[in-house]
Design a protein around this ligand. Sequence first.
Ligand SMILES: Cc1cc2nc3c(=O)[nH]c(=O)nc-3n(C[C@H](O)[C@H](O)[C@H](O)COP(=O)(O)OP(=O)(O)OC[C@H]3O[C@@H](n4cnc5c(N)ncnc54)[C@H](O)[C@@H]3O)c2cc1C
Length: 435
Amino acid sequence: MRTEVFISGGGVGGLTLALKLVNRGIDVILAEKLTGETPVYKGELLQPKSMQIFDRLGIGEEIRSHANSIRILDLLELSDSLQVEKRSYMDYSILPGRYNSAYMVRHEKLKSIIREAAMAHPNFRYFSGMPCKELTETKAVLQRGKEKLTVEADYFFGAEGRASVTRKAMGITVKPTEYNHHFLTVTFPRRPDFTEGRIISTYNRFLGLFPLPGNEVRSVYLISPGAYKELKEQPVQYFHKMYTDLAPSVDGYVQHITDWKKIQLMIPISYHSPKYIAGNKAILGDAAHAVHPMAGEGMNMAIQDADILGELTADMLESGEKDPVNLQWYERVRYGRASYTLRLSHLSALAYSFPYRPVSYIRRRTFERMEEDQILHFKQMLNTSGMGIWKENTRDRLVQSGLLPRRRPTLPEELKKQKLFRKADDYPWKAEWNL
Ligand SMILES: Cc1cc2nc3c(=O)[nH]c(=O)nc-3n(C[C@H](O)[C@H](O)[C@H](O)COP(=O)(O)OP(=O)(O)OC[C@H]3O[C@@H](n4cnc5c(N)ncnc54)[C@H](O)[C@@H]3O)c2cc1C
């Protein structure tokens, strides 16, 4: 069997890449290991940049119709007696233009929207329940039971997530960083008027609540490594109390969880592959980098990789610049951006990782300054959104730590717009190839 592009892995990254390519008329074969839904919870928060990409792919409105928009992330710090001591917020509407909110969408729903849009194209062939077992320079071998299928292609892209066959075939190994905490995660019903994100913490506890559509909320609760086993020995009411202590508003709702079996353990890790390409192969999404979930960036990084790699590959095939060496453009655009996002997520994780009062004090102070200082707030939201990068400088850090006063003037919309990535930043090869 022959195709122009072979994609291994039909998660959010692989599917977005497939849709991008088939929309441009490229012939694509995608092999996915699973036949049904993934058994583990995965990312559900779509950042503004992902929504811009989906709008350009023609599926943005459909995704919005199955999503809950999030403008504000409320950050509540509680006292020892669990009273709100400090309230600050992160506000996406500080971003200029249309892409100024995030969206919570069920992972499998999102995948089905992308997959169905791709499957409407005759140039897309999708094999489910058929893992890619092996890759060489010219072919991929898929296998289901005793049935084997060989696919020849111009390019082979690995989007298999953390255990990537393509990454292995490229001779790349990654070194995961582990954290000093794990999370419990579960979805349960919510009050209809609770629609914005909320992070509630004490000096030694953390609960994140992210409203999904259909009056449900996804929750994450920080625990120490190893605590999951002991917790599961407690009656489930113990779990309810862990939540209602921090968020009385979930009382009457979290009790819908009646069995520990519904509550999953999430072990955060992070890594960054030293490279994304080798010959006619490339990796994207979790195959290339895993990010701590604190900043809600995992899916978004995969979607942004797919956007750049897809646009580049379609341009290579259409313009006669087919030499695989041109895949370097993908790495050039994405590597630095991904490194920066990994760093931000790591720092956000550290802010909640240490159960000590001084750390909680610094965190509170940092959020307070960020809320008061427009430049800090804008930088935080811009960098989180994926719409652009405006790095923090020494002055920002001094303002953040309180050594310099906060800056009062509001940022002009024009200046904010200049900080957004333009098409020339996302697709720089186009200028060189006169496209
Ligand atoms: C347990 C867990 C919890 C997470 N929670 C969050 C979160 O709360 N917030 C967040 O932002 N991100 C979270 N993430 C990360 C986020 O889900 C990923 O970053 C995102 O899904 C990356 O998409 P992807 O397409 O690169 O990889 P994946 O979503 O992992 O998709 C990979 C696909 O490849 C398939 N596959 C694997 N091997 C093969 C093979 N050999 N052949 C063919 N197919 C194969 C898999 O079945 C899967 O469908 C979580 C990830 C995990 C694993």
